[in-house]
Design a protein around this ligand. Sequence first.
Ligand SMILES: Cc1cc2nc3c(=O)[nH]c(=O)nc-3n(C[C@H](O)[C@H](O)[C@H](O)COP(=O)(O)OP(=O)(O)OC[C@H]3O[C@@H](n4cnc5c(N)ncnc54)[C@H](O)[C@@H]3O)c2cc1C
Length: 388
Amino acid sequence: MSTFECYDYIVIGAGIQGSFTSYQLVKRKRKTLLLEQFTLPHTRGSSHGQTRIIRKAYEEDFYTQMMGESYELWAEMEREAGVKLYRRTGLLVMGPENSRRYRDFKSTLEKNKISMVVLTSDNFNQHIPNVILADGDGALVDTTAGVLYADRALKVAQEQFQKLGGVIKDQEKVTDIKPGLTVTVSTSEGVYQAKGLVITAGPWTSKLLANIDLHLPLEVVRINVCYWKEKIPESYHVKKRFPCFILTEGEEAKEDIYGLPSNEYPDLMKICYHDGSETDPDQRDKKTEGADIDILRCYIARSFPGLIPEPAVIESCLYTKTPDRHFVLDRHPAYGNIVIGAGFSGHGFKFGPVIGKLLCELILGEVPSYDLAPFQISRFQTNIKSSL
Ligand SMILES: Cc1cc2nc3c(=O)[nH]c(=O)nc-3n(C[C@H](O)[C@H](O)[C@H](O)COP(=O)(O)OP(=O)(O)OC[C@H]3O[C@@H](n4cnc5c(N)ncnc54)[C@H](O)[C@@H]3O)c2cc1C
């Protein structure tokens, strides 16, 4: 008779969402296994790299409201681990003053009473040197925003999980899932059973869900993570409190352009385009020429006179996008003991602690702390080709 290792819960994928979900489960005294296909730490998914933007500025109230708790949980994790994960810099939001998106950012901050400074074309450069505000663009600063130290945050979440007795098995690719009252998960190394399973497999989610007959409209895109050299060192440095920024629309771009102050590499500022080319996560290294880099070159030449408009370093990362760019946080439509957290659409890192809490609540059958209607699988009903 074969014996399987048994756990209360299994989580697939040790990115930021799976790591925080596992941490939440073990904090609630559930025997938890976190499975990861690669050797940790790795740079093949969506959670690697040194920095991410954290902000409350959103067009939708529900994200701004979730971020309130997320900031508290990040601070709790900093205290628990004794590690600094967040640096406040503010976030500059720019965009055509009368556009719907710019107005939505502004009104969400106002409605939710988030600390904000609105700049005018007259005082803009007193506050934000070395940036040219386009004619007709509005500018505001979400003063709560800043930089999250991403690699460090991921490591800390996994360490805290292990300290509380959680088990991580890396280099174990999940190859099969058998649903049932007890879920059976097979990997390249073994077979495990649990009463519930959480799938947080990032760009590989569709491949895994195919095992359990669920097809979500998730698109994986490769993002060129571009760093641009400062003409005068430290002109845009985090130490000088240069803010993160988002340009919501521009002459050059259909999608957002965003940036973070120079920090991780000397004299290099990270500025990226919020889109890329569709890819298979296992084929991402095939070179795809990006129109995104031309868009960034033009924008930087026009608006950032202190940067050389040629990328000095290009790294890559993956987004897993849903059609509406909202997350998927839900139970499998047929198997209530399988929960899915996916489709973070390039903006999920900052929510890590709160997503972990929500996915934990879902798998434990508790009432979720937030209304999860925007994140339900049923919104894609017409797109689901389920053979169930
Ligand atoms: C360039 C870039 C910039 C970003 N900037 C921001 C930002 O400023 N602010 C922000 O909030 N968010 C940002 N994001 C988004 C954020 O980083 C992601 O939403 C988040 O990291 C997604 O985490 P995840 O855990 O869902 O996925 P991942 O980190 O990809 O984790 C999924 C894990 O599952 C594992 N896995 C998959 N299949 C299997 C299998 N079969 N068996 C075992 N393991 C498996 C993978 O190896 C991987 O480790 C950015 C993303 C990118 C790419």
